[in-house]
Design a protein around this ligand. Structure first.
Ligand SMILES: Nc1ncnc2c1ncn2[C@@H]1O[C@H](COP(=O)(O)OP(=O)(O)OP(=O)(O)O)[C@@H](O)[C@H]1O
Ligand SMILES: [Mg+2]
Length: 149
């Protein structure tokens, strides 16, 4: 079986909120080659945006990681059957309990008025998400979205 992606990209940028819109636009520009439906494109951007926002808000908070190492690693792949796979990775503190983190309304930032709905939004607006994390090493969120013909 040939699992090589038909196309792919990788970019690394500082985990700063000024880069949220960059990430949305990068994801959007990458899937433009599929000529996606407007609603599906909007869903993808929303999901990518939640994952990137999580890196910006949570991944490095309370750590001693120096600013220049606080990065978002965004990768995209196009696979057969109009399947787009994005990964949003960080080298931050990681998530101790992924199952709990993915539950609707779970947040460690209630004081900052976060609603704990980011992972739920990512699940809702994609076909599948996969979260892996190593405490002290970082987190990877993979978003799978198949675009209709
Ligand atoms: N990249 C990450 N690194 C470390 N912790 C994370 C990361 N992403 C998510 N988390 C943890 O998972 C929790 C749940 O994330 P989720 O996006 O669902 O909610 P939230 O970010 O707290 O709130 P909202 O997304 O609604 O603003 C977060 O509160 C945080 O503790
Ligand atoms: Mg969030």
């Amino acid at each position: 079986m040939n699992t090589l992606p038909q196309n792919r990209f990788k970019c690394i940028f500082p985990a700063r909120s000024v880069n949220e819109s960059f990430a949305r636009m990068a994801a959007s520009a990458f899937v433009a080659q599929l000529d996606p439906r407007v609603d599906e494109l909007a869903d993808l951007k929303t999901a990518v945006s939640e994952a990137v926002t999580n890196v910006i808000v949570h991944a490095y908070a309370g750590t001693e990681i120096p600013p220049e190492e606080r990065v978002v690693i965004l990768c995209g792949e196009l696979r057969e059957g109009r399947l787009a796979v994005f990964s949003v990775k960080d080298r931050g503190k990681g998530i101790e309990n992924i199952k709990q983190a993915r539950e609707p309304l779970f947040t460690t930032s209630a004081a900052e008025e976060r609603s704990g709905m980011g992972f739920t939004v990512m699940e809702t607006f994609t076909d599948k998400i996969k979260v892996t994390s190593r405490p002290g090493k970082g987190t990877s969120v993979r978003l799978y979205k198949r675009f209709s013909e």
